[in-house]
Design a binder for this molecule. Structure first.
Ligand SMILES: Cc1cc2nc3c(=O)[nH]c(=O)nc-3n(C[C@H](O)[C@H](O)[C@H](O)COP(=O)(O)OP(=O)(O)OC[C@H]3O[C@@H](n4cnc5c(N)ncnc54)[C@H](O)[C@@H]3O)c2cc1C
Length: 252
């Protein structure tokens, strides 16, 4: 076995088997007494020379589909009811809660949630995985189905990281662009400038949504937060409008 190599031909001879492989830019051949092929059948039939026609035909009939894993990463816990959760009728067969095992460790405080969604594609969709736009589209479809299962969830996508894909993301059900500043860069991704707010507004409205400014706390959590008297409660109440979004600042 030689890791990091790509086999290009396996030629059985009278006394040995010649295995030709690429290692880096070098083409090498090794002789072996016997070879066990552990590559998928549709590859094996192309590598091994002299297979009986019937066997070759049978191997060709075995079909393989891409089975991608889409990791949905949430900045707060969204689902912890089970480890492997089957969801028939969706674009993913099931999803697992990635931190399920460590959640049981003493002292573990969950800040994030990762749902790893197992997503079989059709054979003809294989090429979608070859470029970023195609892969993002698959992820957006998975997100859309996931959100239908849990409609109360807020889903955020930073617009500076997804510039070409606003339509797909909005159609997939995101409802939060996160923090977008006309004054500062994105300190985490300084090479990705924020979109202009007017541009973000126009593109959001073109899909039938309204762009509104929210507070650091989502509106549905506001009642709970302000029920505890104190400075934070006072400040948040002063900053929120009746629907729990940020009050519009009046020009002086
Ligand atoms: C999303 C997903 C989740 C899964 N989850 C589970 C699970 O939880 N539990 C479980 O038991 N199974 C799971 N499976 C199934 C499991 O991964 C497969 O059954 C298993 O990996 C098959 O092993 P294999 O060695 O036959 O083939 P592979 O793992 O496909 O190995 C074939 C290898 O051949 C290599 N290869 C191909 N062409 C060449 C070449 N020309 N030269 C050199 N090397 C080459 C490939 O790079 C690959 O590493 C899952 C599969 C998928 C896709």
């Amino acid at each position: 076995m030689q890791s990091g190599s790509t086999i290009v031909a396996v030629v059985p001879g009278k006394d040995d088997v010649q295995v030709t492989y690429m290692q880096g830019t070098e083409l090498k051949t090794a002789a072996a007494k016997a070879v066990i092929m552990a590559t998928p059948k549709f590859i094996t039939r192309r590598l091994v020379e002299g297979l009986p026609q019937k066997q070759n035909d049978a191997m060709q009939q075995m079909r393989y589909i891409p089975y991608s894993v889409v990791n949905l990463i949430f900045d707060k816990p969204v689902f912890n009811k089970g480890y492997d959760n089957w969801c028939p009728g969706n674009r993913f067969t099931d999803f697992i809660v990635a931190d399920w095992v460590i959640q049981k460790q003493p002292g573990y405080h969950q800040k994030f949630n990762i749902a790893s969604c197992y997503t079989p594609l059709k054979e003809e969709e294989r090429s979608h995985l070859l470029n970023e736009t195609g892969a993002r589209k698959i992820a957006a479809n998975v997100l859309s189905d996931f959100q239908k299962l849990m409609p109360e969830m807020n889903i955020q996508a930073p617009p500076n990281l997804f510039a070409p894909c606003y339509d797909e993301l909005l159609d997939a059900g995101i409802n939060d662009w996160g923090g977008v500043s006309p004054l500062t860069p994105d300190f985490i991704n300084p090479e990705k400038p924020w979109p202009h707010l007017e541009q973000l507004k126009t593109r959001t409205e073109s899909r039938g949504y309204i762009l509104r400014q929210r507070l650091p706390v989502y509106p549905e959590f506001l009642t709970k937060l302000i029920s505890r008297p104190g400075l934070l409660s006072d400040r948040v109440q002063a900053a929120a409008d009746r629907e729990g979004y940020a009050t519009r600042l009046q020009a002086a």
